[in-house]
Design a protein around this ligand. Structure first.
Ligand SMILES: [Zn+2]
Length: 311
């Protein structure tokens, strides 16, 4: 029998914690891995893990030949990192009516990103469910920590975690290591999302293969920094060509737009709020903090993607 070293035991325990914690809402998608990635592929494999159907979307081979996979729970849209021995293959048909597959088909068939501004939407000043999102587009500026401190303070006040999305550009991570570690150290339950590597604003004829490279490069940087990439993506500047949506569809990514900015007094019942926390738009953070002060009696809820898409 193979001797289990303390280090291996630690890795095993981490995987177990990771898997268990990710089956619940509100997760920290962090892990510690000293292993180097040798090969990384986009795949689509339908499996079952301990009774839960999971869609495997990425295959990771480390330099020591160990394998891992990134999977999506198609019911609650959470992403997990999985060891290769933990699952059995199953049929695609069991995934057909899940929220994830329905959302994917909807954005692709309608050729739109999710949550775009719709002039026909009625706007309200209360009673809304909100996906709170922040973008870390590449900049030299320091992180706007006020955004994160405001979330921490609200979490303390309500004794609960606030789910929020961080859209990372690969270049931001590469140039802000200590600030990334600071975010990770604060115990948030954020969902790590892809905002491309270079943050090139898409104009006409943007190559699908360049977009794919931009996405993969960012996923690898996230993984090398101990973050599990989720299934959510945001186009730089929210601009895209309809033809580029096929890349996301094939890679099992869901593109999120924005229909609510911090300064707005009224917003749709189902909102996606964007606050830049990369230090380039401090006014957005200020307005967000003002908004938080006023939400107490307005029945405004920050929800998980699973809850938002279900309603
Ligand atoms: Zn951006």
């Amino acid at each position: 029998m193979e001797k289990i070293t303390i280090k291996n035991k630690k890795i095993l325990i981490l995987f177990l914690i990771l898997f268990n914690s990710n089956t619940n809402a509100g997760v920290n998608n962090f892990f510690h891995s000293e292993k180097k990635i040798e090969q990384y592929s986009v795949i689509e494999r339908f499996v079952n893990i301990n009774g839960t159907n999971i869609l495997l979307t990425r295959e990771i081979t480390y330099t020591n030949k160990e394998k891992a996979f990134i999977g999506i729970n198609p019911e609650n849209l959470e992403s997990i990192l999985i060891k290769d021995t933990n699952f059995i293959d199953t049929e695609k048909i069991y995934f057909e009516n899940t929220p994830f597959i329905k959302i994917k088909r909807k954005f692709y068939n309608e050729s739109n990103t999710i949550g775009e501004v719709n002039k026909k939407d009625s706007l309200f000043q209360d009673n809304a469910i909100v996906l709170l999102t922040t973008d870390l587009c590449p900049v030299e500026k320091s992180l706007d920590t006020n955004f994160y401190i405001a979330i921490s303070e609200l979490e303390q006040k309500i004794s609960n975690k606030i789910p929020f999305f961080i859209f990372f550009s690969g270049r931001w991570i590469e140039t802000h290591h200590s600030e990334l570690e600071w975010i990770k150290s604060r115990g948030f339950s954020f969902i790590a999302c892809n905002h491309t590597y270079n943050h090139k604003i898409i104009k006409e004829n943007f190559s699908n293969s360049v977009l794919k490279d931009e996405i993969i490069k960012t996923e690898l940087i996230m993984l090398n920094n101990g973050i599990i990439p989720s299934c959510f993506f945001r186009f730089p500047g929210l601009k895209y060509n309809k033809e580029n949506l096929s890349v996301l569809y094939e890679m099992n990514l869901i593109p999120l737009s924005v229909n609510f900015w911090g300064g707005q007094k009224s917003f749709p019942k189902k909102s996606i709020l964007l606050v830049h926390s990369n230090g380039s738009v401090p006014i957005e953070v200020k307005k967000f903090i003002q908004f938080l002060k006023g939400i107490k009696n307005k029945n405004i809820k920050f929800v998980t993607p699973g809850e938002w898409f279900k309603s």
